[in-house]
Design a protein around this ligand. Structure first.
Ligand SMILES: [Zn+2]
Length: 471
């Protein structure tokens, strides 16, 4: 898909006089520690944006795009001086999908789902979610999270971003496993990041002549969105707990007279969107995109796809691998190593495909690390399964876990069933989890068709038994 050049028209706001009086007590925000340079933010964001635009349908409508872009520019102009990075280029595109979501990449590219723009009750609400996203970019939270991530995660950071946005869903059952390690490292923020983005977002809104309370209102609009697993936006941007209260308190420090709640340009853009054919779901949009591109070849040139007729059983000899200074593992010698986005997969020939950068496999093991803040193995394991379930609606939930050992540490094991999105085939998934010293969740997912699972289960046990944590 070609990049679209958006013609930006300025929106003239007539008859609104805005004056901002800072009362002096607004919260001071210090960006977190970051080992990356702003130029690296720009480069990572640029690469991720190219991938995003290949996978998500960008809406090409001058009127809508220019209205959103001028709203965005108004906010950009209100970013406090000390948080401006000359390298950054903020840009605003509308994604033609229905979920209420938005995300911004390091260095400035921002994507707003059509569903989000349609759901905003006012321009102020749309400005609220945009000011919040923009604050993550200005405070460089994406690369600050990456600074905290393990070396293993960093190597595969980029793919993770896209996996996290798209939610996998092309290919087979557990392709989504790949999103944990890296998506979490890049687009899922800590609660402290969230508090900072809320507060800086409030400052930007006030300086741009909006009412910061509209940001809190937008979060309530998002919360009301139902669906399995709840809104994606909230799992990427966890509520620190008292979000509405502190945004309201901050707003009182940032007195704005005659704030803008709506403009004609924005309400016209909304009316135009509502007049279009309904936006598809992200899942449908990305599935269609994958179909248009056709199956991508796997590394040896064999066509990708679901399980072929004859997949060799796990070899009884094993081969050892060392992964990113994080762990060593031995797997059946007839399984191939498939470094993926955020995790590594080992699978036999014919059991994997590679569609748009997301590895998918029907037999084998995926091993990765998922960022987690809870420091509780059971809770972290449940969160992993919930993340998987968001894009695998037929995935069963664990009724219980057994204790097990992974790399000499206490771990948990459970088995789930799933109807593969791709083939409709029933499969079983063995889930093994363990907390690393830094609190993140180490996981292994063994996948096999239900009728072959008993043959594979002992191989999974042997693979898990071989894991040694190196760091
Ligand atoms: Zn956030």
């Amino acid at each position: 898909m070609n990049m679209s050049l958006t013609r930006i028209r300025s929106t003239v706001i007539v008859g609104v006089v805005v004056s901002v009086t800072a009362l002096g007590a607004q919260t001071v925000i210090t960006p977190p520690k970051n080992n990356y340079t702003p130029a690296q933010d720009v480069e990572l964001g640029r690469q991720a944006a190219a991938e995003v635009e290949q996978q998500l349908p960008i809406l090409h409508d001058d009127e809508v795009t220019s209205s959103v872009a001028s709203l965005g520019q108004r906010l950009v102009d209100a970013i406090p001086q000390e948080l401006r990075h000359p390298e950054f280029r903020y840009s605003f595109k509308v994604v033609n999908v229905r979920e209420i979501n938005a995300f911004a990449l390091p260095g400035g590219p921002m994507y707003l789902n059509r569903g989000m723009i349609e759901a905003a009750k006012t321009e102020g609400e749309a400005a609220g979610v945009m000011a919040h996203e923009m604050s993550h970019v200005a405070l460089r939270h994406g690369t600050a999270q990456a600074t905290k991530a393990t070396k293993y995660e960093i190597g595969t950071l980029l793919g993770a971003v896209v996996g996290s946005i798209i939610g996998g869903n092309v290919g087979s059952a557990v392709a989504q496993g790949t999103q944990f390690g890296l998506g979490t490292a890049f687009l899922r923020f800590s609660r402290e990041d969230e508090r900072q983005a809320d507060l800086l977002g409030s400052h930007i809104m006030a300086r741009a002549g909006y009412d910061p309370r509209d940001m809190a209102n937008m979060f309530k609009t998002i919360e009301k969105q139902g669906g399995p697993g709840g809104p994606q936006w909230l799992s990427d941007h966890p509520n620190p707990g008292d979000r509405y209260e502190y945004i309201t308190r901050e707003a009182q420090m940032l007195e704005v007279h005659n704030p803008v709640h709506d403009t004609r340009a924005f309400t016209q853009a909304q009316a135009r969107l509502r007049g279009m054919a309904p936006a598809p779901t992200t899942e449908d949009a990305t599935r269609n995109g994958a179909a248009r591109r056709g199956p991508a070849p796997v590394p040896d040139g064999r066509p990708s796809g679901g399980p072929s007729g004859a997949i060799a059983p796990p070899s009884s000899t094993y081969t050892a691998y060392t992964e990113g200074n994080l762990f060593r593992v031995s797997v059946p010698s007839n399984w191939r190593e498939l470094p993926g986005s955020g995790a590594v997969t080992f699978a036999p020939d014919g059991a994997y495909g590679n569609t748009s950068g997301q590895g998918s496999f029907t037999h084998g093991v995926e091993i990765g690390v998922a960022r987690n803040e809870t420091h509780d193995l059971r809770t972290a394991s449940d969160e992993l399964v919930s993340t998987l379930a968001r894009s695998n609606p037929n995935l069963s939930r664990p009724s219980s876990y057994d204790r097990t050992q992974i790399g000499g540490r206490q771990g948990l094991h459970t088995a789930l069933s799933n109807g593969s999105n791709a083939s409709g085939q029933q499969e079983r998934i063995a889930v093994f989890t363990m907390l690393l010293g830094d609190g993140n969740l180490f996981y292994a997912l063994g996948v096999a068709p239900r009728d072959r699972f008993p043959d594979y289960e002992s191989a999974f046990r042997r693979v898990i038994g071989s894991i040694e944590i190196v760091r």
